[in-house]
Every structure is written in C-alpha cells, then in structure tokens.
Design a protein around this ligand. Structure first.
Ligand SMILES: *[C@@H]1O[C@H](CO)[C@@H](O)[C@H](O)[C@H]1NC(C)=O
Ligand SMILES: *[C@@H]1O[C@H](CO)[C@@H](O)[C@H](O)[C@H]1NC(C)=O
Ligand SMILES: *[C@@H]1O[C@H](CO)[C@@H](O)[C@H](O)[C@H]1NC(C)=O
Length: 766
C-alpha cells in the first residue's frame, strides 16, 4: 500500500513538475518571441528572437551565407533574407548553436555559449544594481541598454557596416569618441574589415571619407558639407535627409516617408545607398560611392582631372602637362601633372591684379581635396577671387553658397568632371597659359594632349578623328545604356529625391521651361513686339495660372526668408530666374547672387552691387544696402510684369519712356488700373477684383522706402486674402526718373550690352 502511495506521489509530483515545466517553457518561448526586452530573467537562446516594439526590427542569432559560425545581429523584420544591419560579436563568433544572449551577473549584456564562456559583452563598468538592467530593441534598430532612468549603452554607439536613419557618424577629436562604419571582411565574415568610413571634421563643412587599411589610404571622399548636401556627390539633392549636429560633430539622416533607406559600407569599400523595394521583397542600390573609376580617390594624381566619360579618363588641367609623359601615355596617371609656366605671382609677389595671373574656370566638378574654407562666411564669388589673387600660395578657388569661399594652396587632387551639378572651380594660371586656355576653349576638338606638340603630324589628326568618333560611339552607347539602366532599376539620382518625395530643382529630370522662354513662346511678355505669333498658346497663361505662379513664387520666397534653415536673400529675383515645370509650378532658380543671413541679421551691405537692373530697389543701387525688402521689391516688379504681360525694362508707352513701375503708379493714381492688365487675360469671367488686389500688392512691394514695403509673409497673406484691407501704396520707386535713362547710362558706363539679361557684377561703389 505504502509503496503504491509513494509511487503515486512521485508520479503526481512528476506530473506537476512536467506541467510547470511545459507552462514555463511555453511562457518563456512566447514571451521571448513577443518581447522587445531582455532582463535578468529573460534571455534569448540561439533559436529565439527579439522583436522591436513596433515589429520593425528583429534581433537574434544568425549565420552569414556559407558560414556555420553563429553571431548575434539585427535585421529588418520584413526582410526575408535577413540582411544584417548590426552585429554584436563580429570578431568572436560561436562555433555552435549553444549561445545565449542574456544579462550577466554584473549587469552587462553578454553572449555566452553552453559552457558559460563569454564571447561578447557590453562591458559597462560600475553597474550598481545589476538586477535592474534592461536591454530593449527599439523600432529604430537601436539596441538600448538601460538602468533605471539611465541609458548606459546603445548599439548605435557601436556601428558596424550599416548606417541607419537616426544613427550618427562622426566624432569628437577631443573626447576621442568616434562613430565610424567598418566593412565586413567578406560576405560570409562580419569581422572588422579593411575599409572604414568616417566624418572628417572641418568645422561646419566636414566630409565623409572612406579609408583603406586604417588611416593610410583614402579611397573616396564626399567633398565638403554645405549644410544641405556633400558637394562632391552630385546625385545628392534634397535638403532634409542629412543633417549635421549642432556641434558640427555628427552627421545623420532621417526617413520621414518610411522608405527604409540605409547606407552600407561593403567589403569592397563601396558605400551603397540602399532602399527597400517592397514589390520585389529585396534591397536595391540607388547610389554607390564607386560608380566609376574616377570615384577612386586621386585616380589622376595631382593637377589631373578625371572624366569617366572620356576614353582616356585622366587629363591634365589646362596649363599643366604630365609629369612623366611615358607613364602617363601608358595609362599610369599616378605621377600627376606639372605646371607649364610658373605663376607670375611667385616673382611679382603682392602684385597688381591686372598684370599678374588669371584664372581658368572648370565647370561642374568635384572640387579638389583639402579645401581651405574662408572664415568670411558671406563672401561672394568676386570676393573669393580677390582672396585667392592676393595670396601667392593660392592655386585655385571656388564658391558655394552654403560654404562660401574655398581656396587651395597645395596639390589639387581628386578633381572629377561631372555632367551635371558639381561646383565651378577656378584654377590659377600664368597669363600665357590663360591665353592658351582661351584659344583652346574656342576649339571644340581640344584635347589636352594637343598642348604637347602632337598636332603637326597628319597621323595624329587621323588618330584624333578616330578618338572623337570612338568617343561619340561610346557616348551614344553610354547614353542608351544609361536610359536602359534608368528604366530597369531607377538607378539614378532621382532616387535620392524619392526617399523624401521631393521634386529636385534639376532641369535634367523635370521638364522645365524658363518662364522667359514660355513668355516668348506665348508672346505674352513682349510689350513692344506684339506680332501676333503661336495664337493658340496665348491661352496658355490665363489669369488663374498666372495667379498660381505668383502665389508659388511668393511661397518660395517666404521659404527662403523664413522657413529654410538658412535665411537666404536671393538678390536676383527676376522672370528669367523662374523656372516652370509641366504643370506651370514655378521654381526659383539661380542662387548665384544669394546671401545667407545669420539669425538676427536684418540687413547687409556690399561694395559690389550685383543683380539685374529693373529689379533692384533704389537703396540697393545707391548704397549697396540689401535686406529681405530688396527681394520684396524684385517680387513686386515681377508681380506687375506678370499682371501686365510686359517687361519692366523694355517698357514704352505711347512714346513716353516711363518705367513699368512709373506707368503702374500713374494708372493707380488715375484709377485706371484695368489699363495695366494684359489684354490677353481679360475675359468676362476674369476676376478683376483679384487682379486689382495683385496690382495693389505689387505697388506696395515696390514702394520707394524699404521700410514701407511689406515682408514676404505679409505679401503672401495679402495675395491670398488672409489680410483683406490693404494699405494704400505710397510713392513707387523709379517713377520720375525715367528709368531707362539713368539705368541705361548706368549700364553703359559699365560696358553692359543688354539691360535685361545681364547680371551686373562689377558695380563698384566707393
Ligand atoms: C572592458 O573595458 C576595459 C576598460 O574599460 C578594457 O580594458 C577591457 O579590455 C574591456 N573588455 C572587453 C571584453 O571588451
Ligand atoms: C607609375 O609611375 C610611377 C612614376 O610616376 C612609377 O613610380 C610607378 O612604378 C609606375 N607604376 C607602374 C605600375 O608602372
Ligand atoms: C594664404 O596666406 C595665408 C598666410 O600667409 C596662409 O595661411 C593661407 O593658407 C594661404 N593660402 C590660401 C589658399 O588661402
């Protein structure tokens, strides 16, 4: 009896134990799968995973392709191929599947194998309450290790080869805390490879650099940051994605539209922009830092320029010749180029700018490495030239609106010719080489090799023709291939934009018309030449469209003045700088004259008046003072032009040479505003009240006194009738002086040929 009872009791206990075990097991399994956290009582075994709170990322053990080693990594939950974005124990894999990720007794997160050997640890010292440690996988892909009220460690501070939205790259040279990407060794080996990507700090204008073998060889660089893009990446266009931290130490990017962009430093050293293609369930590359040979740092040596679409990709800059002719002609460009003629500056020193060296402009390039950024933040291209000219060690200069003036005083390395965008670079040359450059630039068949006495030989001509034909063929093939590629993979710059679904201001991708071209085509803006051409297109710009354009421009200007991170005064707003897309949406272009204003700066002044006559307010022409109100003035002129369909500068009325502004002012005073309206938009249904309102706003914008003019935001509110009672305009600028007379003579004294199209850059005040 008693034996039976004992057996019964044992069986009973066993069942209870089994019951609890199963319960516990089920509980633990379910919990671990669903949970986003690891705690001292909740670990993860090799077969389990952790999901981030919103289920975006997963963390767990994995083996790379063709490998049996076990690593702990993080991947996107939706990615069936589990492309890894982060690896914990990259240099110390487990050889079997006995691993566990758990909180150790000292409170750290550790990876241990079945025998308790530690393979990886977060290695935070001084944890006082290890029982309170919590590790959570966040929806950003960040594994965060917290003690109560305190984050002590996060995987984002230990990046591997993937740059995710919200992550930072950069680092302080002072604190030594550096965040950089390092490549994997190979596809099947996540251990630390030979390529690293870091942010090279240069004040406000850092650049990304990929190194090979520690800090020995530069493989690639992005060019300096200009607050919106890295200027050596012409495909990069949109403003919001990347940003530099306040302390200029870290760069990061965002993913507001949930397109899941990421950047991966692969084991060949290429930095790849990838995006999730939900339709194909895979990642596709929308950009690569190594898309052609010229992307490799310094391919053409010093003073060489690399053009991937040339048959021979390297050429010496104009005014330079190969250092080692033989090696160069064999395609060994490492020796670079040397100057043909010594700079005069070296002899004449602090000389007269008119007799010493000049500059040759190289358009749309990746500017050389090691730029010296001028501390004079708001300087113009012209100022930049003077900075360079007055310094004998300056070899080149360049100007970018977000950076200001850049100069170079050592070897010019890593110049790449782009087909679009890029930056213009001005290279200092001796006067004799400038003449040569001018001669050559008028000859479209120029190759740099013609500098070296090859042209006499008849054979050479044949060779050149052959080369040209070859280049043409290759260009055509390349173009066709490019088109194919574009169709196939969307493998073009616009994908940068797609991430943020912004339309780039890029004439190559959006079909744009210059407003002026359109105006000419529709004959709407030619007051003197109403010859009655293309009549069907006259209807193209009816009042509704015109108002839409006006509103679009004012919103654009408001953005520049108020909403953009940098306050920008455009200074050259005019009809020809407004581009229209297919839907006639206006885009403001040509920021060549623009100035960035600091936070509280209200007004600037310049000794050099730049802009276009007819659009410049009096205080600017006379005293060089400019502010938001100068742009408002230009906008007012533009508005009156759009309403009247007449150009401000080529305006004649009944033989009077009043200015358009003067004419408008006269009509306003005579209460005959309807005479100002372009007859082609006058129909029965035209909302005259709206047009009169626009004229009044236009007149308010062009008031003589800058103080009286409304701001851009008020202007917009008045246009859109948010403000209903408009003030009465005071006297308009340029009425009594017949505008064509003083301004024309002004222009003539400068040797200006055309008033409207010329952007004057040399008015020097005293
Ligand atoms: C942990 O950190 C200490 C210094 O804080 C360092 O000496 C040690 O090597 C680290 N251990 C591991 C396993 O990383
Ligand atoms: C390339 O030219 C340099 C001289 O500029 C020379 O030292 C080097 O050996 C050459 N490399 C090859 C592969 O010929
Ligand atoms: C110009 O001169 C200064 C001082 O002589 C020097 O520090 C600077 O690097 C020079 N070069 C350029 C390109 O500005």
């Amino acid at each position: 009896m008693s034996r039976l009872r004992i057996i019964h009791r044992i069986v009973n206990r066993f069942l209870i134990f089994l019951h609890f075990s199963i319960l516990f097991f089920v509980f633990q399994t379910c919990y671990a799968v669903d949970s986003s956290t690891i705690t001292p009582t909740k670990a993860i075994t090799d077969s389990q995973t952790l999901s981030s709170t919103g289920g975006v990322f997963k963390l767990g053990f994995f083996s790379p392709p063709n490998s049996t080693h076990r690593y702990v990594g993080i991947w996107y939950e939706f990615d069936p191929r589990q492309n890894i974005v982060w690896v914990a124990n990259r240099d110390n894999p487990l050889k079997d599947s006995s691993g566990t990720l758990r909180i150790a007794d000292d409170g750290n997160i550790v990876i241990v194998d079945g025998r308790g050997v530690v393979y990886w640890t977060t290695n935070v010292s001084g944890i006082t309450a290890p029982k309170n440690s919590v590790a959570e996988l966040l929806d950003t892909g960040n594994l965060e290790f917290r003690l109560p009220n305190n984050s002590v460690w996060q995987s984002f501070d230990h990046p591997t080869h993937t740059f995710l939205p919200g992550m930072k790259i950069g680092g302080s040279t002072v604190t030594g805390k550096k965040l950089e990407l390092t490549s994997w060794k190979s596809e099947s080996d996540p251990s630390t490879g030979i390529f690293s990507l870091m942010l090279e700090l240069l004040g406000d204008h850092p650049q990304l650099v990929i190194w090979r073998n520690g800090s020995k060889f530069r493989l690639w660089r992005s060019g300096p940051w200009n607050s919106i893009i890295f200027i050596g990446i012409p495909e990069m266009t949109y403003a919001q994605a990347f940003s530099l931290s306040e302390d200029n130490m870290y760069i990061s990017f965002k993913d507001p539209n949930k397109m899941y962009p990421q950047f991966v430093l692969d084991h060949y050293g290429a930095f790849l922009g990838e995006q999730w293609d939900a339709d194909r369930d895979s990642w596709y590359d929308f950009w690569s830092s190594q898309s052609n040979t010229c992307d490799t740092y310094g391919t053409c040596g010093s003073f060489g320029s690399c053009n991937p679409s040339n048959l021979s990709i390297c050429s010496c800059l104009i005014g330079f010749k190969p250092r080692f002719e033989d090696e160069w002609s064999k395609g060994n460009w490492s020796g670079g180029c040397v100057r043909n003629t010594q700079l005069e500056c070296q002899d004449s020193g602090f000389g007269n700018p008119n007799t010493v060296d000049g500059f040759k402009k190289l358009e749309s390039v990746k500017v050389p490495d090691n730029a010296i950024v001028s501390l004079l933040l708001i300087s113009l291209l012209e100022d930049c030239k003077m900075i360079c000219l007055r310094n004998c060690s300056c070899l080149a200069y360049s100007y970018d609106i977000g950076i200001g003036c850049m100069t170079w005083d050592e070897n010019l390395v890593d110049i790449q010719q782009f087909t679009q965008r890029g930056t213009d670079l001005y290279i200092r040359l001796a006067p004799s080489d400038i003449d040569l450059a001018l001669k050559n630039s008028t000859n479209p068949a120029r190759k740099d090799s013609t500098d070296h006495g090859l042209s006499k030989d008849g054979i050479v001509i044949i060779v050149i023709i052959a080369v040209l034909v070859g280049m043409l063929a290759i260009s055509i093939c390349a173009y066709l291939f490019w088109q194919w590629l574009t169709k196939q993979r969307g493998y073009i710059a616009s994908d940068w934009d797609n991430i943020h679904q912004e339309t780039p201001d890029n004439p190559d991708q959006v079909k744009v018309y210059k407003f002026q071209e359109l105006a000419i085509a529709t004959n709407n803006f030619s007051g003197a030449n109403m010859l009655g051409q293309d009549p069907t297109k006259k209807e193209c710009l009816d009042w509704k469209k015109r108002f839409q354009i006006i509103e679009g421009i004012s919103r654009g200007m408001l953005y520049l003045h108020r909403d953009s991170r940098l306050r920008v005064i455009h200074r050259d707003l005019k009809v020809s700088n407004i581009l229209l897309d297919e839907d006639l949406n206006p885009k403001i272009s040509d920021f060549g004259m623009a100035r960035i204003f600091g936070g509280n700066e209200q007004q600037g002044s310049t000794r050099r008046v730049v802009g276009t006559l007819g659009y410049m307010p009096p205080e600017y022409i006379m005293d060089g003072r400019f502010s938001e109100k100068s742009d408002v003035f230009s906008f007012g002129v533009l508005l009156l032009e759009v309403v009247s369909g007449r150009k401000t500068t080529s305006f004649h009325h009944l033989g009077q040479s009043l200015s358009l502004l003067g004419y408008a002012w006269q009509l306003w005073n005579e209460c005959k505003m309807e005479l100002l309206i372009d007859p082609t938009i006058l129909h029965e249904s035209t909302p005259l009240a709206e047009i009169f309102r626009c004229i009044q706003v236009g007149l308010l914008c062009v008031q003589e006194c800058a103080r009286d003019r409304p701001t851009m935001s008020t202007t917009l509110s008045m246009l859109t009738s948010e403000i209903t009672s408009l003030p009465t305009p005071k006297q308009t600028a340029f009425i009594e002086r017949k505008v064509s007379t003083p301004l024309d003579s002004f222009a003539h004294s400068l040797g200006a040929a055309s008033v409207n199209h010329l952007t004057i850059t040399h008015i020097e005040g005293r």
